[in-house]
Design a protein around this ligand. Structure first.
Ligand code: PRP
Ligand code: URA
Length: 214
């Protein structure tokens, strides 16, 4: 059984992350609050996943004097939302990185086989030059995320991170096996999958809870 080395599996144990994750899990949380919480958690995940961005020195003039300052050194970033539920993370990530180029991968799970079915792919053409953040809140069997990561690689992506709310051991193992070079950032590692592939304890169907569908 493959497991991700610890430097490729980053679990955010910050108290605010755990507090908001608990609210996200709660079946009584409204659609409106669920959407808001997923955005807040996505921002925390993005913050952690961009921790190693390079900085360069430059000078700025404050209202009082000139001073040394630092800025992100022109590193190009790409963000790829896995439809549908990755949309719930996208705005918050773009608020932090407004210059990122955005791609979309449409993939859903066949409810019986649990195999990913790809139906859409639109990715930035220069993915090879970018650090790529793939957004998919649920890492269950890992089939959907693994397929999205492969599509990014097929388009040249080489430095890729996966950001999710909740990861199941099976999904972590799948990504470790298929994409050992990819770092996974998550707010939680949950216990297991149930017999229809839902994460336990999980938070239910992320897409349905985000968009009020059933
Ligand atoms: C959900 C979720 C992930 C996938 C995870 O998508 O958003 O993409 O399931 O499951 P897996 O790890 O077993 O592949 P879903 O198939 O429900 O599609 P939707 O987001 O369009 O509703
Ligand atoms: N997709 C979801 O939205 N939730 C799960 O628990 C598993 C897959």
């Amino acid at each position: 059984m493959g497991t991700l080395p610890t430097d490729r599996l980053i679990v955010l144990d910050h108290p605010l992350v755990q507090h908001k994750l608990a609210l996200l899990r709660d079946a009584d949380t409204t659609t409106k609050d669920f959407r808001h919480l997923m955005g807040e958690l996505a921002a925390f995940l993005c913050y952690e996943a961009t921790r190693d961005l390079e900085l360069e020195e430059y000078r700025v003039r404050t209202p009082l004097e000139e001073t040394a300052a630092r800025r992100v050194s022109g590193k190009k970033l790409g963000v790829v939302a896995v439809l549908r539920a990755g949309l719930g993370m996208l705005d918050a990530v773009l608020d932090l990185i407004p210059v990122a180029r955005v791609g979309f991968v449409g993939v859903y799970r066949n409810e019986e086989t649990l195999q990913p079915v790809e139906y859409y792919c639109k990715l930035p053409s220069d993915l090879a030059e970018r650090d790529v953040l793939v957004l998919d809140p649920m890492l269950a069997t890992g089939g959907s995320s693994s397929a999205a990561l492969q599509l990014c690689k097929d388009r040249g992506g080489v430095r890729i991170s996966l950001l999710c709310m909740v990861a199941a051991p099976a999904g972590i193992e799948r990504v470790a096996r298929d994409h050992p070079d990819v770092a996974v950032y998550t707010a939680a590692i949950d216990r297991e999958l149930n017999d229809v592939g839902y994460i336990l304890p999980g938070l239910g169907d992320a897409g349905d809870r985000l968009f009020g569908t059933r």
